[in-house]
Structures are given as C-alpha cells and as structure tokens.
Design a binder for this molecule. Sequence first.
Ligand SMILES: Cc1cc2nc3c(=O)[nH]c(=O)nc-3n(C[C@H](O)[C@H](O)[C@H](O)COP(=O)(O)O)c2cc1C
Length: 324
Amino acid sequence: MKTRITELFGIQHPVLQGGMHFVGFAELAAAVSNAGGLGTITGLTQKSPSDLANEIAKCKTLTDKPFAVNLTFLPGFAKPDYPGYIKAIIEGGVKIVETAGRSPEEYMPMLKEAGIKVIHKCTSVRHALKAEKIGCDAVSVDGFECGGHPGEDDIPNMILLPRAAQELTIPFVASGGIGNAQQLVAALALGAEGINMGTRFIATKEAPVHQNVKDAIVAASELDTQLIMRPLRNTERVLKNANVQKIVDIEQEKGMNTKIEDIIPYVAGVYPKVMTDGDMDAGAWSCGMVAGLIKDVPSCDALIGEMMVEAKEIIENRLAKFAN
Ligand SMILES: Cc1cc2nc3c(=O)[nH]c(=O)nc-3n(C[C@H](O)[C@H](O)[C@H](O)COP(=O)(O)O)c2cc1C
C-alpha cells in the first residue's frame, strides 16, 4: 500500500510502532521494520547517549530497513541530555525521529540540518498544527483511546482524526486504540495515511518483554485500563492492577491536591519490574483499550502481513460493495 507516509519513510506498509519505554529495544524495532513497517527504538530507555548508540548499532545488525528513534520530552525536573541523544541518532545514521511529550521546536534545527525526518506525536489538533508550523514532516495523532499519555482533552479518534484531516497539510498517522485491519481501513477513511500502534506490538513474539506482560494484554478486556495522574495534568492510561488501585484511592482521597510525591512509589522505577521481571502488580505501566481486541501473540511479520492482506480485502470487497 502506498501513502504519503510510506513514501516519506521509505517503507512498504503504513504501519508504525510507537516508542515504548522498556519495550522499544532493537529486537522489536528490527522485527517491525523487517516486516515492512517502521520500528522504533525508545531513546530514553537507554540510560545514556552512548547506550543509545550501541542499541542503534545493534538494530543495524538485525535489519537493513529504515527504523526510527523515539525522543520523549518529559515533563518535570530531570532534563535528559537531549543534544547528546540526538548526536547519537545522527552519528548512528538514523534518519527518522518520533518526538513526543512536548514540542520538539528547540531541537528542530539540529534534526533538520542532519536531514532527519521528524514525526511528532500529539493528542490535539492545535499541537499538530504547531508541529506542522515548526517543520515536522508528519504527525502521529494520538486519540483518547491510546495507551500512554492521551493528554487532557479526551477527544477520541473518531473525532480527532477527521478534525486533523480538516486542518493539516502534512500527512498524519492515526495512533491509539488500533490493533487490526478494520481499524487500519477506518483510519484511512478518516484521513490518516497510516497507523501507529503501541499496545498491539507488545503482544508479539519479538517484543522483548516478560511473557506475563503479553499474557496480561491478551487476558485484558477493553474495560481494564485506568486513567491516572489527571490531577497532575499528566494523565496516563495504564492497565489496572493492585498498585494502580492504590493510586486511584489516593487520587480519590486527595482530589486536585494530589502531588507526585503521594503516588511516586507506584509510578517510579516500575517499567523494568513489569517488563523485565514480569511483576504485574509493581505499579503503573501504559496500556491501551485496544487490549480488549488482542487475542493472540503473533510474530510482527504475521501481524503486519495479515493486516495488510485483510485491509485490502475490506477495501476491495466489503467497502466496494457499498459504492454501488
Ligand atoms: C508500555 C508503553 C510504553 C510507552 N512508552 C512511550 C514512550 O516512552 N514515549 C512515547 O512517546 N510514547 C510511549 N507510549 C505510547 C506509544 O508510543 C503509542 O503512542 C501508544 O501506545 C498508542 O496507543 P495504543 O497503545 O492504543 O496503540 C507507550 C505506550 C505503551 C503501551
């Protein structure tokens, strides 16, 4: 399938894997890229720019296809060495960066001088327009359904995507809540030129995470995610578990006065415990409502390949029927 997104990134299928903390390692990024999509290494999961350089080098031994690096601009105190990470990306020869969290404006000159294509992930039309204005090549429009940080506007993709289509000139992909071919076709119908998936790619054979995480996603229904950190204006959609319930209880008790210090034991340092050790009650980890649609753990190649075959079938048969 050819779209402005496949052309922009030089990939076969308009299917992107979003950056995911402690999931987006070289193994997954390479598997997605080898399957004809765009895999992404999560920059900040690497403790230092030199660790990121090593992960990029590793990914290059696993695939000769294009892959991206995610740079998440975190809210709050600790400011990672972003110029150092960008230098590792440039020197590693990576040509695509997915930015998220805040506007990448400060780093656009550095990225653009190196000929890097930037896709900015954001949760509102106004942020997407800002990304277009500062020279991003594409945007990833992340609806309220998404795993991770859906922002504070709570606009689902059924509205957000056609709104983005009304306003944007640069191409965009639909992100959040997507896990199958029907949704890929729907995203295309709503104006997107591809999709970005997070949660769906965790439940794949190549995702380098503990089996418990994959099992939890397969077992979860669409009712099993929870929004937390709303009082901090840092809303995150996570999978329900025992320690997430403690966060919910604290937030209910303290309301808008909840401070990060109140919940820190259940949100800090959780990812390695969940993703590496498989401790599913360790605390909050991002997961999307799409878990309710995920019933298997295929290889990335089977997942993307079958999605593309089925998407074509839906367009040519089911939808074509309605055109008469
Ligand atoms: C476990 C997990 C970790 C994530 N970590 C990040 C991250 O570090 N940076 C980022 O930009 N997005 C992160 N995301 C968001 C994804 O890149 C993607 O935008 C989102 O998962 C899309 O929604 P979906 O899960 O419904 O497909 C994460 C998502 C998950 C599920």
